[in-house]
Design a protein around this ligand. Structure first.
Ligand code: NAD
Ligand code: IPM
Ligand code: MN
Length: 360
């Protein structure tokens, strides 16, 4: 199979973990006889430095021309003082919008070998397997007006939370479709006791649920959901929620696995290339030190194999290699227990590659 992958390393540890994911994809290509071509483009802070734009037109063109996009992370203190449209994060938001990536899948899967790495008790997190389906192109992130103004001698800042019926319908459907091939339970998370957008969300979720009689739907208020995720995470199957709630709940849920450095994601549109990226950011505190956990990025590559290319066997091989590497006690600092040897990003990556090759 021949596939063109657009690679957007971005900033900070994005560069390091993307390198790991590319090496793993190259290995899969060699083992299974696929021809993966990698086309690199700029995004985020590094794009601001080079092109004075966090998402240059050439990057958009490259992404649209390829079969899938692999992204590292954007942002960092160097660009934190820039204004809204010139921030690195705006590059990420714009590419999501350009590619209409409305559905962001964030699987949260616990590895038995990491059950001591979480700050939560072992019995709470054992066997955890849930999927957060985050709406990605609407809500507060994109609503207009968004502005700052002076009013009656005061500075006012405005963001707008807005959702249309069609935006809600398509993400809710995605949640149900995913639940059908999982444990057939959808928890729709909202704030319907306060927000009008959430009341519309809830109404539409009820309507759509009639199309999926084999899937159970329940509604949960987001503040309660944040608590239940920690109290009894095994309760959840598919969580479907709006953009900002999904952002916050997924970082929270990452600690069920032991680290933010373990959580992958896939962002999809109705058609056209999807974008695969770790949930974490550019981690300025550890950037450039070969310390970052590459497994979230490598898992994101596995999601690409599965969802973008339909290569389920190859995806499973990557997932199994990750599992084995963890079982053998190889860990970066974020998941190492006290007294355990800490491996570098490159060492973990090489170990994953060796493990894949040893199955030949
Ligand atoms: P962050 O996710 O970058 O880091 C939070 C904490 O988790 C840090 O202590 C970091 O060291 C740790 N961490 C994250 N990924 C790790 C990994 N792979 N291995 C080991 N440790 C890891 O979040 P932040 O510090 O709030 O944000 C830093 C910058 O990243 C900001 O500019 C922010 O806007 C940006 N950001 C980008 C994305 C993205 O590109 N998708 C996501 C989140 C944050
Ligand atoms: C994420 C990040 C982004 C978001 C930022 C960097 C714009 O936190 O991918 O989770 O909030 O969506
Ligand atoms: Mn986030």
């Amino acid at each position: 199979m021949k596939k063109n992958i657009t690679v957007l390393p971005g900033d900070g540890i994005g560069l390091e973990v993307v390198q790991s994911a590319v090496e793993v994809l190259e290995t899969i290509g060699t083992i299974y006889g696929h021809d993966f071509a990698f086309d690199y483009a700029d995004i985020g802070g590094s794009a601001i430095d080079k092109h004075n734009d966090p998402l240059p037109a050439s990057t958009i063109k490259a992404c649209k021309a390829g079969d899938a996009v692999l992204l590292g992370a954007v942002g960092g203190p160097k660009w934190d003082q820039l204004s809204g449209d010139m921030r690195p994060e705006k590059g990420l938001l714009r590419i999501r919008k350009e590619l209409d990536l409305f559905a962001n899948l964030r699987p949260v899967i616990g590895f038995d070998s990491l059950s001591d790495s979480s700050t939560l008790r072992k019995e709470v997190i054992t066997g955890i397997d849930l999927m957060i389906v985050r709406e990605l192109t609407g809500g507060l992130y994109f609503g207009e007006p968004r502005e700052r103004r002076e009013e009656n001698g005061e500075t006012i800042a405005v963001d707008t939370l807005i959702y249309s019926r069609s935006e809600i319908e398509r993400i809710i459907r995605k949640g149900f479709e995913l639940a059908q091939v999982r444990s057939r339970r959808v928890t729709s998370v909202d704030k319907a006791n306060v927000l009008e957008t959430s009341r519309l969300w809830r109404e539409i979720a009820e309507e759509i649920s009639t199309e999926y009689p084999d899937v159970a739907l329940e509604h949960m208020l987001v503040d309660n959901a944040a608590m239940q995720l920690i109290r009894d995470p095994q309760y959840f199957d598919v969580i479907v929620t709006e953009n900002l709630f999904g952002d916050i709940l997924s970082d929270e849920a990452s600690m069920l696995t032991g680290s933010l450095g373990m959580l992958p994601s896939a962002s999809m549109s109705a058609e056209g290339p999807g974008l695969y990226e770790p949930v974490h950011g550019s981690a300025p505190d550890i950037a450039g030190q070969d310390k970052a956990n590459p497994l979230a990025a490598i898992s994101s590559a596995s999601m690409m194999l599965k969802y973008a290319f339909g290569l389920s066997e190859e995806a499973l091989a990557v997932d199994k290699a990750i599992d084995q590497v963890l079982n053998e006690g190889f860990r970066t600092g974020d998941i190492a227990r006290e007294g355990e040897a800490v491996k570098t990003t490159s060492e973990i990556t090489q170990k994953v590659i060796e493990t894949l090759r040893s199955k030949l």
